[in-house]
Design a protein around this ligand. Structure first.
Ligand SMILES: Cc1ncc(COP(=O)(O)O)c(C=O)c1O
Length: 380
């Protein structure tokens, strides 16, 4: 049996008519830059996320970048974030000449350990970027508390977490900015790159709109320097066509996750399944922790099962961040996670027999091994 990590073809087959009609509408209009589809997409995604404003941008990476730009963050500034994330998070900070300041993760959720933030705050700290990794929100209450106490801006990296909830609040709606990615493998994926910043602050939304069009306001008059960070109209139309399906897809991902939890139960310390500590984990990824990760991944590959390591090298160990001066062991939980985590296929269309085959294969690999991992739960 073949089980890919993600099967976008079966998703497309199920919603082909809607997506094709949305594309045709844009092609018929020959209006490719901004316009009604982008506005409608912004309104719909903002409403879905419990926010007043949405600003469509070119990618999740640019959503982070433009949010930092809107705050005027640059050389001499520090931004606190997690080292266990996709590169875009720390990359956006560094691209503006600011310094990423890392705090280690909580080993249960893989999200930033909020208790470690305050000691890292200095007079140069301007912002915190929590990442809602794999589809579960970071512990936002203490993060917002530290931010409030020190006058810091919070930019949620919600690229993997559209629709996730923490204490009744949606991802993107708790900080000053929420950044989404419409990269095709995300729960709400475009047919290419795309992203959005959501906010409840009118002035910030206006600033973002201005920055995404080279800082021009009115047209051809530039008080600030922005860039071309617009969300493509075709991508906006596709995202808009897919949004009504998102809750159904999320429910299917959650069901697949529960199925894996059951199928992989009883393996004791050999496999740690994801801990759900928030109300709504949207399972962009279902990530297990296994001590002999690389061997398991190779074994599953032989069995025709697609998996992925998110992420093999934490940010503080990336060559480009060597000037930050971090050594091995600086963020031990991030390093341990980078060595032990493995994402299994959890896409909505995954069939029960496929999940069973994946779980049986994991069990087959583990037969005879005796390695232990056992973290304990976290959020207050
Ligand atoms: C946590 C995180 N942040 C940022 C991004 C960047 O999004 P994009 O690929 O749309 O630029 C991603 C996407 O992979 C992500 O997973």
């Amino acid at each position: 049996m073949n089980v890919p990590l993600l099967d976008l073809k079966s998703q497309y087959a199920a919603i082909k008519d809607d997506v094709n009609a949305a594309i045709a509408e844009v092609l018929e209009s020959q209006h490719f830059i901004l316009g009604p589809q982008v506005t409608r997409c912004e309104e719909a995604v903002a409403a879905y996320s419990g926010c007043a404003y949405g600003v469509g941008v070119s990618s999740g990476s640019d959503a982070l970048l433009i949010s930092l730009m809107a705050e005027g963050i640059g050389p001499g500034d520090e931004v606190i974030t997690t080292p266990y994330t996709f590169f875009a998070t720390a990359g956006a900070i560094a691209r503006l000449g600011a310094r990423p300041v890392f705090v280690d993760i909580d080993p249960v959720t893989y999200n930033m350990d909020a208790r470690q933030i305050e000691p890292k705050v200095t007079s140069r700290t301007r912002a915190i970027i929590p990442v809602h990794l794999y589809g579960q929100m970071a512990d936002m209450d203490p993060i917002m508390r530290v931010a409030g106490d020190h006058g810091l801006v919070v930019i949620e990296d919600a690229a993997q977490a559209i629709g996730a909830e923490y204490k009744g609040r949606r991802a993107g709606s708790m900080g000053h900015y929420g950044c989404f990615s419409f990269f095709p493998s995300k729960n709400l994926g475009a047919a290419g790159d795309g992203g959005m910043v959501v906010t409840n602050d009118k002035e910030r939304a206006e600033k973002l709109r201005c920055l995404r069009g080279h800082g021009s306001k009115p047209k051809y008059y530039h008080k600030t320097i922005g860039g071309n960070f617009r969300l493509d109209t075709l991508q906006a139309a596709i995202v808009l066509a897919k949004l009504p399906y998102l809750d159904g897809w999320t429910a299917a991902r959650q069901q697949n996750a529960r199925r894996y939890d059951q199928l992989l139960a009883g393996l004791g310390d050999h496999v740690t399944c994801p801990a759900v500590v928030c109300e709504r984990h949207i399972f962009n990824q279902y990530v297990i922790r296994v001590p002999r990760r690389n061997e398991l991944q190779a074994y599953l590959k032989e069995k025709g099962i697609g998996t992925e390591v998110y992420y093999p090298v934490p940010m503080h160990r990336q060559d480009c961040f060597a000037p930050l001066g971090h050594t091995v062991g600086a963020f031990p939980e991030s390093e341990r996670a980078a060595n032990e985590t493995l994402a299994l296929p959890v896409y909505p269309e995954l069939r029960a027999d496929q999940a069973e085959y994946v779980a049986d294969s994991v069990r087959g690999f583990l037969a005879g091994s005796a390695l232990a991992v056992s973290p304990v739960a976290v959020y207050a």
